[in-house]
Design a protein around this ligand. Sequence first.
Ligand code: BG6
Length: 510
Amino acid sequence: MSATSKSNDAGSDGPKPAPACTLVIFGAGGDLTKRLLMPALYNLVRSGLINDQTRILGVDWVQMTAKVWAANLTDTMRTFALGGPAEFHVDAIDSEAWGFITERLDYLQGDFLADQTYSALSEAIEGSAIFYFAVAERFFAPIAAHLGSAGLLDQHDGNFRHVVIEKPFGRDLASARQLNADLLAVADESQLFRIDHFLGKETVQSIMALRFTNGIFEPIWRREHVDHVQITVAETIGVEARGGFYDVTGALRDMVPNHLFQLLCMAAMEPPNSFSPDAVRNARQQLLEAISPIAVEDAVRGQYTAGNGLRSYRDADHVDPKSAVETYAALKLDIGNWRWQGVPFYLRTGKSMGNRLSEIAVVFKVPPRLMFSDQPAQDLTPNVIRFQISPEHGTRISFNSKVPGPELRIGVVASTFRDSDFFPERANVGYETLIYDCMNGDTTLFQRADNIEAGWAAVGDILQAWTKGKPEAYKSGSDGPSAADELLARDGRAWLPLDETPTPSRRQKS
Ligand code: BG6
């Protein structure tokens, strides 16, 4: 989303191809490379954003040639065109654009922990380079150390050397601090691009644009007018084949200090002084630091049992049959600053739930008095602005109106602005902007060391508390554990339904 790409978008010249570099992908044979990085690069090529001089160098331990790697990737790209569950959907692969990529592929067989791999890399790379760590987290620090000692992160003659680190970035504050220290021992903060793929989502970025380019939102975006905020990332899928990872991670670690907090920042941070990377990251940091310590009774955990044709979490492969790991987490947060003091932010995320829904819902206060009906004002449905991230992409605003007819009855109406109704749709797997920004050296949409640590610090007490006890069971296909409903009921509130857009007639209040 970089300020650069944005202003270019609006300008007559259109966005420019990124500077030339060698994109070195550690984990060339892995899932992330196939499913997301290659489709994102392909989309960038189609938009004319990849420099002709770009090279893509895959590194992995498997013995194969560049030709075989290219053939494998081509096979995967073809399967996308056949449909099936994937982030990337196309009717056909544009052979010119894909050919642009395959012509630029090179492959280096090597052990991530062996010195020879890095001497071979030194031979193979000239000029600017990006080192993309698409590998398991245990390799992050060792690869960085090897790159550092081989001099591969030295930047000179105007060339850049950037490092992209995937998640998980640590598993608590102490390990995140250690990883930051390891990375910062060999590279400058400006060379580090810590990915949170939620920041690459088009609709997440558009929240900033919506809030900060429209005069109508900012005045009401505060405690005087907002009753509370709900942030939801509900998934219908279970842990699938990721049981081994998930059973030592859990929903809180997997989703909250990173993805849900990114949504929180977009919804609640102060307007940055500019859209420069550090101004935006400072605004996010200020917000994260304002999260008050979370009381244990303001945190709810759940674990899914069988239902809706899905196996229970404990029956998933590589999961301990007695596991006490949570697959659902809900939190009530208090943001201790002038804008939000006293406005609860309720966050929830879970697997195997009744519906897939990612959104931020800002729920407004109702007017103090209803003068034309005997309905008490509190019975009015509050206005809600919903930033829809998936499955819908857009913004939905609901408000009250008079039901046509002789009597004065109030009903709820809603308006949805889908991005696709106004702008041409662009193929996007979510990594395009992130790769393009990294090539341009724009860190706005990446996590700074302190952002990561502030996220972990905020959930530290709950991580600690949840090492004891166990989560409440909830049925697959349901809306989560009953304790999560009680968390809001206790405050006289309720979660918005997961089944998104209720029909107008169902919503009408008489
Ligand atoms: C990942 C988590 O980071 O994000 C997954 O590890 C989760 O458990 C995923 O399913 C959600 O991302 P998205 O883009 O599918 O909403």
